[in-house]
Design a binder for this molecule. Structure first.
Ligand SMILES: Cc1cc2nc3c(=O)[nH]c(=O)nc-3n(C[C@H](O)[C@H](O)[C@H](O)COP(=O)(O)OP(=O)(O)OC[C@H]3O[C@@H](n4cnc5c(N)ncnc54)[C@H](O)[C@@H]3O)c2cc1C
Length: 685
């Protein structure tokens, strides 16, 4: 790799600075967004040749849901866009050579080219032939997703699908395909797959859920693939033959960057996202390999973390031009959420280090990931739809010694039968005293279920709080907007904007709302009357409503819309599905939880909820109206005449179709308000 140039580029390029961003994904668009509108800076995004940027994490909806490619198009920030693959970067001349033969000059460079799917071992006989025949596919790009969708549809019946891998994508895919009635065989090299993704304790539980729902072949590798008439035979290393229609490879990712970076190695960066030894070059997202003297070496490939890294890299760039404060070292603040067999799995921080369970009360299970003395990540697995209480005792770093051992003992067993089956653990229920202490420490049991669980807090606060003071990051996202396609309802996105009023409560780790709750006594104007009327009628007003009272206009509008939507013709089972799909994208976990709970109370199955969360349904008419809801939310311009005709053909009246707009509007209002006010399941009713 070329050595860093030594000329003083900073002073030379103060007035007209060209920032080139390679890659139009989570990190690249977030970086461009942070640079947009900065005087004297021109930002150019270089995307792939012939590719319209899309939200990669939503390709699942195209593969096995009913999303169209248009629906997952990624809104582009204000920046020049060139659809031309970057092939080579010349650090001496500060130029990027594109596949078309064009060369562009840069003053600063942000490499955000992401990752590629890790492929099957090259020497597996028959693999290349199966790939050519379209019966062996990865799930990484939009093209992969469309190929997968076609292959499933081509079966004309429930498909027999082998999935190789058992990380997040493999698990979600297995769960969604099983929910749709397909016959799934899950193959993984490890006996307990997913340890690197979720940590051992959560991986064990997920493995147990797989084992109870699909055919599992753990601790096995594929040794051969060969076609037979109308099917494919996958032979495992123990001689087992699986007859399937399709093989999906989901073995994780490796970073990808243009030359001179080597294939699969990514771009090494320091804790401020500078590429090692290259002045003015930054890397962010799935391509960045972080070397941090406190956290060691790590790479995170999640959407929100990619966006947060992109923002951080742009802020570093601006700082280097004296255009802003030093955002400080980047700390992993990844937040992801997935639904696997009706359970919500959520992670924040870096979860590659060993984990310690802190709560295993049956339905909910939470682990901390520690590196040295610091807790650097957290993963939670829980029955979705449960009300989450805000007891934060467990959010503290677990002290060393006797207390930690006691906690560990109390955590290492619990009433989770699936888990016990895999690990051989004994079932020991929590002591009634401990249970009572935990469930009442938030001022009494939560309103909708006495679920003794914990909340996952914003990772930026979480990590900052737990690292030693000299290692704490300043939150590198305070001045930035939410990424364009949020879908991490389980944690506040690092890009959600200013948080000046958000503080940690005395009970360490729980975020406080940004706006206070008002009562009829403290509210003014029309809000006082509205709150008074509600208290008179119901004796109690929820946190969202009492906080909304700051704006009589918003409160009045919300109450009117929510009352009038009770007159909607659309069946509640449909509207709750639409609400789940919208909130899964908007990121309000308070709303998401309440809609999941409502869906459950209406008798919608875990599978139905899970598919709604992915924006789909096994029933074509439900899927069609959920997709309409998502389009109303994201891109009403994309709604077509054919689509409305199709909905009519499914039996929806025009009134029901129009109701969708009201349902989505109500969700936007409540979700956006909760996100703005900082109301989360941990701090609200
Ligand atoms: C099937 C699937 C499901 C997922 N689900 C989730 C989820 O639920 N939650 C979650 O948090 N994460 C999920 N992810 C991961 C998430 O999508 C990635 O972590 C995220 O996209 C990484 O962002 P990035 O900007 O680093 O890379 P990307 O978003 O992949 O963007 C990189 C861009 O660079 C382009 N590019 C690559 N090379 C070049 C080049 N040489 N020149 C120009 N452009 C180039 C690529 O085409 C791409 O558009 C999922 C990923 C997959 C594959």
């Amino acid at each position: 790799m070329a050595a860093a140039t030594t000329r003083n580029w900073r002073t030379q390029h103060m007035t007209s600075h060209h920032a080139v961003i390679l890659g139009a994904g989570a990190a690249g668009t977030a970086a461009a967004r942070a640079l947009a509108g900065q005087e004297g800076i021109k930002a150019t995004i270089v995307g792939q040749t012939d590719e319209t940027p899309y939200t990669r994490m939503l390709i699942k909806g195209v593969a096995y849901g009913s999303s169209s490619p248009e629906l997952i198009r990624l809104p582009m920030p204000q920046a020049d866009f060139i659809a031309d693959t970057a092939e080579h970067v010349d650090f001496e001349s500060r130029t990027v050579h594109l596949a078309s033969g064009t060369t562009i000059a840069y003053d600063s460079l942000v490499v955000a080219t992401g990752s590629q799917a890790r492929g099957l071992e090259a020497n597996v006989p028959g693999a290349q032939q199966a790939a050519r025949a379209g019966t062996l596919v990865a799930l990484h790009s939009l093209a992969d997703a469309m190929q997968l969708r076609e292959a499933i549809l081509a079966c004309g019946r429930n498909a027999r699908v082998a999935i190789y891998g058992a990380g997040l994508t493999a698990s979600e895919t297995a769960s969604a395909l099983q929910a749709q009635g397909h016959e799934v065989s899950l193959i993984a090299r490890s006996k307990i797959p997913g340890v690197a993704t979720f940590g051992r304790s959560v991986a064990e539980r997920i493995a147990a859920h797989h084992q109870s729902r699909v055919s599992t072949f753990f601790g096995r590798v594929i040794s051969e693939i060969h076609p037979i008439p109308d099917a494919t035979v996958v032979t495992l290393d123990d001689g087992t033959d699986l007859i399937v229609d399709l093989v999906i490879i989901a073995l994780g990712t490796t970073p990808v960057a243009p030359a001179p970076w080597r294939k699969g190695e990514g771009v090494d960066v320091d804790d401020r996202l500078h590429a090692h030894g290259l002045e003015g070059v930054y890397a962010a997202g799935g391509v960045a390999v972080h070397h941090d003297h406190h956290l060691g070496t790590w790479r995170i490939d999640h959407w929100d973390d990619g966006a947060a890294q992109g923002t951080h890299a742009a802020r570093m760039l601006l700082h280097s031009l004296d255009r802003g404060e030093d955002p400080g070292p980047y700390r992993p603040r990844s937040a992801y959420m997935a639904m696997i067999y009706g359970r919500m799995i959520a992670g924040v921080g870096y979860t590659g280090y060993p984990d310690t369970p802190i709560d295993r009360s049956g339905e909910e299970f939470i682990v901390l990931h520690e590196h040295g003395d610091a807790v650097v990540g957290q993963v939670a697995l829980m029955q979705s739809g449960r009300c989450i209480s805000g007891d934060s005792a467990s959010m503290r770093p677990i002290p060393r010694g006797r207390h930690r051992r006691r906690l560990r003992r109390s955590c290492q067993s619990g009433p989770d039968e699936d888990h016990a089956r895999v690990t051989g653990d004994r079932d020991v229920s929590e002591s009634p005293r401990r249970h009572r202490r935990r469930t009442t420490s938030h001022g009494g049991p939560p309103a909708c279920a006495p679920s003794p669980t914990r909340i996952v807090v914003s990772c930026s606060q979480w990590v900052d709080r737990l690292l030693p003071p000299d290692q704490r990051a300043c939150d590198g996202s305070r001045d930035h907007r939410r990424p364009p396609s949020p879908s991490m309802p389980f944690s506040r996105s690092p890009d959600t904007g200013p948080r000046p009023r958000q503080t940690l409560s005395k009970r360490e780790g729980v975020t406080m709302p940004r706006l206070s709750r008002l009562t009829p006594e403290t509210a003014v104007g029309a809000s006082r009357d509205l709150l008074g009327e509600l208290v008179g009628r119901h004796a109690h007003v929820g946190d969202m409503v009492s906080t909304m009272a700051h704006s009589p206009a918003v409160l009045g509008g919300y109450l009117q819309l929510s009352r009038s939507m009770r007159r909607a013709k659309l069946d509640r089972k449909i509207s709750e599905r639409i609400s789940i799909a919208v909130q899964a994208q908007q990121g309000c976990r308070l709303c998401l939880q309440s809609h999941v709970a409502a869906a459950r109370s209406l008798g919608i199955s875990d599978e139905g909820i899970e598919l709604a969360h992915a924006g789909s349904s096994a029933d074509a008419s439900l899927a069609a109206i959920i997709v309409l809801g998502l389009q109303v939310y994201r891109e009403p311009m994309s709604i077509t005449d054919e689509q409305i005709d199709n909905l009519r053909a499914h039996g929806y009246s025009d009134r029901e179709v129009a109701d969708v707009v009201g349902i989505v509007a109500l969700n936007i209002l409540t979700g956006a308000f909760n996100l703005l006010a900082g109301l989360t399941p941990g701090n609200a009713d």
